[in-house]
Write a protein that binds this ligand. Structure first.
Ligand code: ZN
Length: 282
């Protein structure tokens, strides 16, 4: 069953849903995150051509926060959120775009590795941008649900699914959309708000994916200045880190302004940048 909040709650949702994207610890999140190393759940001799993040559906869904850091690389990850509410704002003209062209152009111009956790609805809304992302050999595509609904009941006011079958269908349909674009496909998945519990992990187990939370929360949703984002990332990032940011237009309006300082300083520290599959394997 799909449960909806009241209309009054819905009006307050946009702030809550983006803020939820970057909460450092979600209900039930930390326990799983610390108990599953990156390769747990995979067979001893995986297929050479296996898609990054693919896991054994007969074993519990792996959950990872970061990589081991052996090669001195950091994974920059960008969530691309879109909901029915946000799409209605685009259609009415209230919001121009939930894409951040400056951010994508910067990543391209610097030839930076990055991983995009995309909602199915964002890919449908921005097929040209999604194609650009898929065409870049330094970018990876990952799954952030179809329309950014939570899979636990108490996730910062997000609408939520509580039926395992509906959860599976949502995530599988998002992989289906993603596969249309080709490029560096993965079976990485990030829950909206990072909210997951045992029931949600069990619901997704048949899909053979890897849940990626992240260990560095940038705090970019609704930021009013770039410096707090820069400070948040630089105070925590180290080799192997997975940095959570957003490509979200007005919902993450400072990210492209903060990123050059972050990249320059991490380079000064001798760190490099890798795709998620690279950083998790380092
Ligand atoms: Zn999100």
């Amino acid at each position: 069953m799909r449960r909806r909040r009241t209309l009054g709650m819905a009006a307050a949702l946009p702030a809550a849903m983006l803020a939820a994207c970057s909460e450092p610890s979600a209900p039930g999140g930390s326990e799983e995150a610390s108990s599953a190393p990156p390769d747990e759940g995979q067979s001893p001799s995986p297929e050479p051509e296996a898609v990054p993040g693919a896991s054994d559906p007969s074993r519990p869904t792996p959950v990872v926060d970061r990589g081991p850091g052996g090669s001195g690389r950091v994974a920059l990850t960008f969530d691309a959120d879109l909901t029915e509410y946000m799409r209605a704002q685009l259609e009415s003209g209230e919001v121009d775009t939930y894409h951040n062209e400056e951010l994508l152009s910067y990543l391209e111009s610097e030839d930076l590795a990055a991983t995009f956790f995309m909602t199915g609805m964002w890919m449908r809304q921005y097929p040209d941008e999604t194609s650009r992302i898929a065409a870049n050999p330094r970018f990876e595509l990952a799954n952030h649900t179809f329309e950014h609904e939570a899979f636990t009941s108490d996730c910062y006011g997000l609408d939520y699914e509580d039926e395992p079958e509906a959860m599976r269908e949502d995530v599988e349909s998002t992989f289906d959309v993603m596969e249309e674009f080709g490029g560096n496909q993965t079976r990485y998945f990030r829950f909206p708000g990072l909210c997951h519990d045992e029931a949600a992990l069990q619901a997704l187990q048949p899909l053979g994916l890897t849940v990626v939370d992240g260990d560095v929360v940038s705090g970019d949703p609704f930021a009013e200045a770039a410096q707090p984002i820069v400070d948040a990332v630089l105070s925590r990032a180290e080799a192997g880190s997975v940095v959570i940011m957003h490509i979200g237009g007005p919902n993450a309006p400072q990210t492209h302004l903060a990123l050059p300082s972050i990249v320059d300083e991490l380079r000064n520290r001798g760190l490099g940048f890798g795709t998620l599959s690279e950083v998790l394997a380092d």
